[in-house]
Design a protein around this ligand. Structure first.
Ligand code: DGY
Length: 324
């Protein structure tokens, strides 16, 4: 009998064909996120889950008696309760690497858009407000020859730093769990204690994965250390930042602007006060949202899933579930 698989979002024909070679599968073929109740029902009989962002916790694992692998179609895996999965010998996998350059492009767009107030001034023109010479109140700030501070300089952070260094002659400072020697050698990136980075950077970029250590890492104290001209960019996970502290920092001029691809609650609540501010540029968590990249992520996740169902250690098993 073939193993049973459930796929929690639309994937390409190629991914379905590939999985179909080895497994019987069902797919949630809708643009709307799968309702939790339906997912909890669907996991009851399956051996493998090809997943996007759904929480894998005790509630789900208690229902999934045959589950062996959860393969995320994302590099982030903060949706996993790692210990609960370990206790049941269920492994988790993710999709590192394939999205680096795409996410790096998105982050450069956020940096440029916030520095030069692209979305705000786009609205200004379209709303017919451009009826006089542009005064200093609408000026932006330079990106070139400034300092980029990267919190969490892994693979994606390094791809961003490369663009910043070679495209915009920015100085790169970074804070990380471990030293990024490649970044230091190739880009002259300087390791910096967090507080120093916050004080020195013109652009403070959050790229760290969400873990218990990085949850709420940036709050009122951290914003108060930043330059009042600083731009804060978050392309990691919303929960790394205290949104209320960010709102007050932007409203009170503690920092100049922010650019956000992620929120604590996604999709973001339209009433979220951050959305009322002119000095934020925002996106709906689309860091990797290019068809070619998303297809490659889904295929990589499918390959991880099949390897695990064949009883082998998949190439992208998460660090915490590795046996060697
Ligand atoms: C990821 O892969 O974790 C990204 O956040 C998806 O865009």
């Amino acid at each position: 009998m073939k193993p049973k698989v459930f796929i929690t979002k639309k994937v390409s024909k190629e991914v379905k064909e590939y999985i179909g070679n080895y497994c019987d599968f069902q797919v949630w073929d809708s643009e709307d996120p799968i309702p939790r109740e339906i997912l909890l029902k669907e996991v009851e009989e399956i051996d493998g889950l090809l997943n996007h962002s759904n929480k894998i916790n005790n509630e789900l694992l208690d229902r999934a008696k045959h589950l062996k692998v959860v393969s995320n179609m994302s590099v982030g895996y903060n949706n996993f309760d790692i210990e609960a999965m370990k206790q049941r010998n269920i492994i988790g996998t993710n999709t590192p690497g394939v999205l680096n350059e795409t996410v790096a492009d998105t982050v450069m767009a956020l940096i440029l858009a916030s520095a030069r107030r692209v979305t705000e001034l786009d609205r200004y023109v379209k709303e017919g407000k451009w009826n006089k010479l542009i005064g200093e109140d609408l000026f932006g700030t330079d990106v070139h020859d400034t300092t980029l501070g990267i919190i969490g300089m892994g693979r994606i952070g390094t791809a961003i730093a490369r663009r910043a260094k070679f495209g915009f002659n920015m100085d790169i400072i970074y804070n990380n769990q471990t030293r990024n020697l490649q970044g230091e050698e190739e880009l002259g990136a300087k390791f910096c204690p967090l507080d120093e980075l916050l004080q020195q950077a013109d652009f403070v970029l959050m790229m760290t994965p969400l873990t218990e250590k990085t949850r709420d890492m940036i709050g009122a104290r951290e914003f108060s250390l930043m330059k009042d001209t600083a731009v804060f960019i978050n392309a990691s996970r919303g929960e790394t930042v205290d949104e209320s502290a960010l709102y007050h920092a932007l409203k009170n001029g503690t920092i100049r602007a922010a650019a956000l691809d992620v929120y604590v609650k996604e999709p973001v609540d339209p009433q979220n006060p951050l959305l009322q501010l002119n000095n934020i540029v925002t996106l709906p968590h689309i860091g990797s949202a290019v068809k070619k990249t998303r297809d490659a992520m889904a295929m990589m996740a499918a390959e991880n899933l099949i390897k695990a169902l064949q009883g082998e250690e998949p190439p992208n098993i998460i660090e915490e579930h590795k046996t060697k």
